[in-house]
Ligand binder design. Structure first.
Ligand code: GUN
Length: 283
């Protein structure tokens, strides 16, 4: 039976460390500040944004939520970003995704100053991650790396299989595992013989967005299984991309959903905001 990696506990410990560093920055005369922009009324996004705002307050940071109506034009959104780019109270800017269809997401993300891009979605930051010289790490993959580290799991030389190739999780996850000296394979919906590949994983990270997609017969005995999935079942319950019961029997370590990777994501956003403030106030 696998050890269950407690994301909630690791997130709490990490947030306490961040809060101590925020207090230190305040002693030096500045307060890290985050601006979160939400366009429209997607209920899931509203919950995420509220949680981000609350987490900032708990860590002692300044935060602003800018809620714009669904009908906001791309120009209007770009002018809000331009104002925040120049606002010295604001160290980090996050535009909650998805955006309404009439707004070009790429244009918007590229308008955020790279040194305030706490999501690490700007091409400058994705490029820095690629060459192994990052200022910010994308929140979800960074959270996974902290969970591995705090659980005493060494990535060096291990076969790490990432299922999913999104810009938000799969691709940067592969880069971070590679930077930690893992041997990395990225799989996706077109991969042939997927189960054969996942069965060869020492560390399996799943971010494909399909409920209970990875079953016990698709993993190796003793594998570390990290579930980034967040799917809503017909009965309203949250479930991951990994069938927990059958995988927990074979894995050495496994993350649950909820209470696994989820709580780490906002924690890493706080970390990036702290890092941005330190960059902006470097002597
Ligand atoms: N929507 C879902 N995940 C994310 C994320 O990591 N960042 C932003 N900005 N929006 C999201």
């Amino acid at each position: 039976m696998a050890v269950i990696i407690d994301g909630k506990k690791i997130a709490q410990e990490t947030r306490a460390e961040i809060a101590a560093q925020v207090a230190e920055q305040k002693n030096q005369g500045f307060t890290p500040g985050l601006a979160v922009i939400i366009v429209g009324e997607n209920p899931a996004s509203q919950v995420y944004v509220r949680n981000k705002h609350k987490a900032c307050g708990e860590a002692g940071m300044y935060s602003e939520v800018i809620a714009l109506p669904e009908a906001t034009t791309e120009e209007e959104l770009l002018s809000v970003i331009a104002r925040l780019n120049d606002d010295t109270k604001i160290d980090g800017i996050l535009v909650q995704l998805p955006l309404p269809k009439h707004i070009n997401e790429t244009q918007v993300l590229n308008a955020i100053r790279p040194d305030k891009d706490v999501d690490a979605f700007h091409p400058v930051n994705t490029g820095k991650i690629m060459i192994g010289n990052p200022d910010f790490l994308p929140c979800t993959p960074a959270g996974v790396m902290v969970m591995l580290k705090k659980s005493g799991i060494d990535v060096t030389g291990k076969h790490c299989v990432v299922v999913g190739r999104s810009n938000i999780v799969g691709k940067p996850m592969a880069m971070l595992l590679l930077a930690a000296n893992g041997t990395v394979t990225v799989c996706h919906s077109k991969t042939q013989n997927l189960a054969e590949v996942t069965r060869s994983a020492d560390i399996l990270v799943v971010a494909i967005g399909r409920a209970d997609f990875i079953t016990g017969d698709m993993i190796k005995e003793g594998a570390v299984v990290i579930d980034v999935g967040m799917n809503r079942r017909a009965d309203g319950k949250l479930t991951g991309d990994v069938e927990f019961a059958s995988c927990a029997e074979k894995a050495s370590y496994i993350t649950p959903v909820p209470g696994g990777v989820g709580p780490m994501t906002i924690t890493m956003l706080l970390q990036n905001t702290l890092t941005a403030a330190a960059l902006h106030h470097k002597q």
